[in-house]
Ligand binder design. Sequence first.
Ligand code: UDP
Ligand code: MG
Length: 322
Amino acid sequence: MEITYSIVIPIYNEEANIKKLVKKLQFVAKELKGDCEIIFINDGSNDNSAEELREVYETYENIVVINLVRNYGQTYALAAGFDKARGSIIISMDGDLQHDPEEIPLFIEKLNEGYDIVSGWRKERKDDFITRRLPSRIANWLIGIISGINIHDFGTTFKAYRREVLSKIQLFGEQHRFIPALAFWLGARITEIPISNVIREKGKSNYGLSRTFKVILDLVLLRFLLKYSTKPLYFFGLPGLIFAFAGSGIGIFLLIRKLIRNIHILTEHGPLMFLAILLIIMGIQFISLGILAEIMSRAYYEIQQKRPYIIRNVLIKENKSH
Ligand code: UDP
Ligand code: MG
């Protein structure tokens, strides 16, 4: 049987939520036109999640469980799930019941209108304002500006994708929130739908304010990836050239003073001389960095098939087509 939908759910210490979530999902899976698989990625949980997942795997036919060897973080867990997904439509969501499976058909409906990505929008968020909503608001605004995509909420994992779009994207760091941006760059059509946002009842959130800093660094990287990943030499080389020219300009000026007026440069123009040296060294450094980045970016594009995670084992029923 062909699988149409893959629902991908990363799990890190969600023992209290798994069974309830699976019940809700099975209910929705029955409503969907087309076969559906549910892929859980156990991201190195140290509670009873692995056991819970094994139980639901044994109870239901349509469940796949991927156990990672350690905790890699939500982004890599998602990537592991995306890589195993067999459906032509892939839905990602959280395993903590903050996302309501009953909203899945709305995502699919929207995809069928001709979009490649449908992103959830937590229109009325219930999270804490200072540690969660404010940083998220700023991050969303910045990602929107940098990527040129007009959606409100990049942060939520509740999204639906066409498989072709996801297969083109490699995920690193905390970058799952950049999937729309990276996909848009590859020509995907993107839209959003409002989703309900409920408070986590069981287990605890794995994130706090510290995530904000990672997101800022990833933003810098996003900017770089979107504009310069194939031409890093321009990114580093341009300031490099400016520094080198400025430094050489000052150097020549000092040299002329020395030759014509025979001024003692070190005592008369000490700071200026050191500035010239500094600028020239910085220029050389930047250009070298650009060349290194250029070499690395080529290697990066060549080894894209490499996976940044290791799977311990996979529970999958082999009678379904691969
Ligand atoms: N998660 C994961 N690995 C991690 C942290 C979280 O797989 O290292 C999962 C977690 O089990 C949940 C989803 O990612 O299904 C979102 O995590 P969480 O609810 O902690 O994030 P929040 O909703 O607070 O942003
Ligand atoms: Mg959550």
